[in-house]
Design a protein around this ligand. Structure first.
Ligand SMILES: [Zn+2]
Length: 312
């Protein structure tokens, strides 16, 4: 079955390991390889621009990360950039893997909106204002102060909407989430977050946040990071199903997607440890849900969201 995945950190891994790329893969270092994407039926994959902690958060390093996306991801003949609404379904139909580019943390923009406009021209279509820490735009889920969007952060949301960049609320503080909800005029989404009612963690969504995402026509990428699924670990596919069940119970069956976080965590739910294992999740879902719903979870809901909300 066709799969869309809302978050992976291949670019980050390439920054950490010079020479590594989808053209020169090493499956001991990379969770995501083209072979595994094919094996798993992935036809749409989001690639995040996230700078390793050790690197200065500068425009120069952001551009380095983008260059790696071009030379190490898009240069692969099986991949195709998705920039417009009509390209969302076209990739799969052409037998390609569609690639969407996302910013995970705007630290490296250093408040420069020209940099945002340039990155948009380079293909960025999705943006999470911050990672877990606080930056010039917003406080993250791990910032004890718990602030929301700054004044510049509100301008960032507005400029993204003007450009046609969709806002990702995964990693935001609760106040950041609600500030986005208040500021945004366009649907926003959570690329890799689970449900707080099942696993208390600041990275997970409260029921009110899930309802707000449903109300704006957003999507939620249930993630395979074990410590966002359950405590204590290990996590299994059954835990993923519980989070799916909960979002369905809140009325979100047409808003569920997956955001694996492959290459962004050291371990995953047992059974879905790389994209090649997506069919195991599909199989488990098919035991519980009708096929049309499972198609929605695996790719239909995410693709509908991008077709509707990316510009033409
Ligand atoms: Zn993340």
């Amino acid at each position: 079955m066709d799969v869309a995945d809302l978050h992976c950190d291949v670019i980050y891994k390439m920054m950490e390991h010079p020479g590594l790329s989808l053209l020169n893969p090493d499956d001991r270092l990379l969770d995501v390889t083209v072979e595994r994407l094919r094996q798993g039926g992935v036809t749409l994959q989001v690639f995040a621009l996230f700078l390793p902690q050790a690197l200065p958060r500068t425009p120069e390093n952001m551009l380095r990360a983008v260059e790696l996306y071009f030379s190490g991801v898009l240069a692969h003949p099986d991949l195709m950039p998705v920039l417009r609404s009509q390209e969302v379904d076209a990739a799969g139909k052409m037998g390609k893997i569609g690639a969407l580019l996302s910013i995970e943390g705007v630290d490296g923009l250093q408040g420069h909106f020209w940099m945002l406009r340039l990155l948009h021209r380079m293909g960025v279509r999705l943006l999470g204002p911050t990672w877990n820490h606080a930056n010039w735009a917003c406080d993250g889920a791990g910032e004890p102060r718990g602030g929301g969007l700054t004044k510049a952060g509100r301008q960032l949301v507005q400029e993204c909407e003007r450009l046609g960049i969709l806002i990702d609320v995964s990693h935001l503080s609760d106040n950041g989430f609600w500030d986005v909800a208040e500021t945004a005029n366009r649907p926003f989404f959570a690329s890799h977050s689970n449900v707080r009612a099942l696993r208390t963690h600041s990275r997970n969504l409260t029921d009110d946040q899930v309802r707000a995402l449903i109300a704006v026509g957003g999507i939620i990428g249930v993630t395979f990071v074990p410590w966002f699924l359950t405590d204590p670990e290990p996590a299994s596919i059954q835990h993923i199903l519980r989070h799916v069940d909960h979002i369905c119970a809140l009325g979100g069956e047409r808003h569920i997607a997956f955001g694996s976080d492959f290459d962004g965590a050291e371990r995953y739910a047992q059974g879905v440890e790389h994209p090649g294992q997506y069919p195991r999740l599909t199989e488990a879902l098919l035991k519980r849900y009708p096929e049309n719903m499972v198609r929605g979870f695996m790719s239909g809901n995410a693709k509908r969201f991008f077709v509707k909300n990316l510009q033409n």
